[in-house]
Structure formats: C-alpha cells, structure tokens
Design a binder for this molecule. Structure first.
Ligand code: FEO
Length: 170
C-alpha cells in the first residue's frame, strides 16, 4: 500500500495523462483537417505516448495493491486560429505536467517512498524530453512556418515520426 496522499496524486495523474492523449489527439485532428498530415502524424503519435503514460501510472497503482479511481476527462481546448497556437498549447501543457510530476515526487520524498520516487524518475526525464520537443517544434515553426515551401518540407519531416513503446516496463 502507498501513502494516501501519494496514491491520490498518482490516481489524478492517470487522468492527466489521458487528458494529454485527448489534447494531442484533438491537435492531430486539427492538423489533418488543415492538410498538414505530417503535423497530424506527429501529434497522433504523441497521443499514443500519453496513453502509454496513463497506463503506466494505472499499472503502478495496481502493482502496489491500490484501487484505481478514474475521474472524468475534460474536453480539450479547440478553436485554434493559427498553426502556432496548438504548438504553444503543447509546451504550456507539458510544463503543467512536469509540475504535476514534481508535486508527486515531493509527496513521495516527504514520506520516504523511495519506490515511487524511482518509478517517477523515468517521467522526470521524459518530461525534460517532451518540453524540449515542444520548444524545438515552436522554434522550427518560427523558422520555416511562414514560407509555404519550407512548411511543406517541415510537414514531410514530421510525417516520418513512428510510434515506439515506452522504455519503462512495469
Ligand atoms: Fe505524459 Fe507529456 O506527459
């Protein structure tokens, strides 16, 4: 059994990760609708990775004999008026998730729950990568997004992203 507060935060993280999947699936649909299939593909894979994260938190709770309580998932924000807006929304969301993971880490640290801290280590590193990916995407969009030919090439590059299962196995 885990500490009550740690278990509660882990439960909430399951929902946050599913929301992340939902948000990125919505952004993927937005880009496909706009004819940018490469961006659509990139976000579709991002959504798959977030679903994996949710499942990992779910499995971790179950592996520790904790009941999983699945809360409601909010509808994702839509209404993007330009291509850069969802990229900025992605970075802001990843920063939010990083803060959330850190909050769980602090709670685990406070009760000397070293097992949960070790589980979270993978996510701390992953969040660093995800924030960097989101920042890079914005930078590249700023460089190439205003020219149709360059945007086409960037879109083609993002089309090559393929899904890989998470390196963390529970
Ligand atoms: Fe699983 Fe990008 O947070």
């Amino acid at each position: 059994m885990l500490n009550k507060e740690v278990a509660k935060l882990l439960n909430e993280q399951v929902v946050k990760e599913f929301y992340s999947a939902y948000l990125y699936l919505d952004i993927s649909n937005y880009f496909y609708d706009e004819g940018l299939d490469g961006f659509g593909n990139w976000f579709y894979i991002q959504a798959q990775e977030e679903r994996d994260h949710a499942m990992l938190f779910n499995t971790y709770l179950r592996n520790n004999s904790e009941k999983v309580s699945l809360g409601a998932i909010d509808a994702p924000y839509k209404h993007y008026t330009n291509f850069k807006a969802p990229l900025e929304a992605t970075l802001a969301h990843e920063q939010f998730v990083t803060a959330s993971i850190h909050t769980i880490y602090e709670a685990a640290f406070a009760v000397k729950d070293f097992r949960t801290m070790q589980f979270l280590d993978w996510f701390v590193k992953e969040q660093g990568e995800e924030e960097k990916n989101a920042e890079d995407l914005i930078k590249r969009y700023d460089l190439f997004g205003s020219d149709a030919k360059s945007l086409y090439m960037l879109d083609n590059e993002l089309a090559s992203r393929v899904y890989a299962a998470p390196s963390l196995v529970l």
